[in-house]
Design a protein around this ligand. Sequence first.
Ligand code: NAP
Length: 252
Amino acid sequence: MNISLTNKVSLITGGSRGIGAATAFLLAQTGSDIILNYARNNERAGAVANAIRELGRRVLVHQANVGNADEARSLVEQGIASFGRIDIVVNNAGIWTYGEIGAMNENVWDETMEANLKSIFNICNAVVPHMKKSGGGRIINIASTAGQRGEAFHSHYAASKGGVIAFTKSIAAELAPFNILVNTVAPGWVDTEMTESALGDGKSREEIAASIPLHRIATPEDIAGPVLFLASDLARHITGSTISVNGGSVLL
Ligand code: NAP
C-alpha cells in the first residue's frame, strides 16, 4: 500500500522552519493540502508555502500565536472557511529555553507552558468539534525525549512535554469513539534553529552524536516521516501512543 493523503487537509503549527516545515512539505508531497501556521517569521513561512504550491497543493498561510486561545481558534476557523474540513493536525509549534530551578523567572515557566502545552489544548479544543462532524481525524502532537526522561536545566520544557504525552493519552481514549486518533511523536536531538546553541559548536555536537546509539543527529525529515506514518491509513489501529524518534538514546 502506498501512503496517500490525496484530498486531505492538514494543519501544521510552527510550519515556517525546522520540523514543522519538513512535515508540511512531506504531507504535501503525499497529496495533502496544507494550512501552514507560524508565529513571527513571515518570510520563511512564505518560502515554505511557495515550495508546497510548486507541488500543486493548496496552501493557507496563517500567522497566529497558538498559545493564545482566540488566535488558535481563528486559525482553525480560517482553515475550515478556506478548505471546508481539517483531517490532520500536527501540533508542532514550540520553544526550548534555559531555566535553572531556584532562579527561574515565573514568566519563563509560563511562556513555555503556553507555547508548548496550552497551544495543543487550544488547537484541539477548536478542531475536535469539526473532526467529530466530519467523521474522524488524526492529531499528532510533538513532544520530546525531555517529556519522557526529564531534562536538567530545562525542567519547564520537560514538564510541558510530559504534559503533552499525558494530554495525548487522555484525549485519545476520549475521542476513539469518534474515529479521531491522537498520538505523540517524541524526538531526540534534531538539527534545527532550536538546537543551534548546542549543535552549532563542533565539539559539543560530536559529543552529542557519540551519546546516541545510532551516532547521528536527526534531520527534520527524520521526524516528518513518522508523523506522516501516523497521519496515514497504515496507522489506523494506533492511538494514544508515543513514537520515540531518538536514534536509540532513550529506550522505554
Ligand atoms: P524551531 O526550528 O525553533 O521552529 C519552531 C517553530 O515553531 C517555528 O515555525 C516558529 O514560528 C513556531 N512557533 C514557536 N512558538 C509559536 C507559537 N506560540 N505559535 C505559533 N508558532 C510558534 O523548532 P524545531 O526544532 O523545529 O521544533 C519543533 C517542535 O519539535 C517543537 O515542539 C520542539 O519542542 C520539538 N522538539 C525539537 C527537538 C530538537 O532537537 N530540535 C527535539 C525534541 C522536540 P516562527 O518561525 O514564526 O518563529
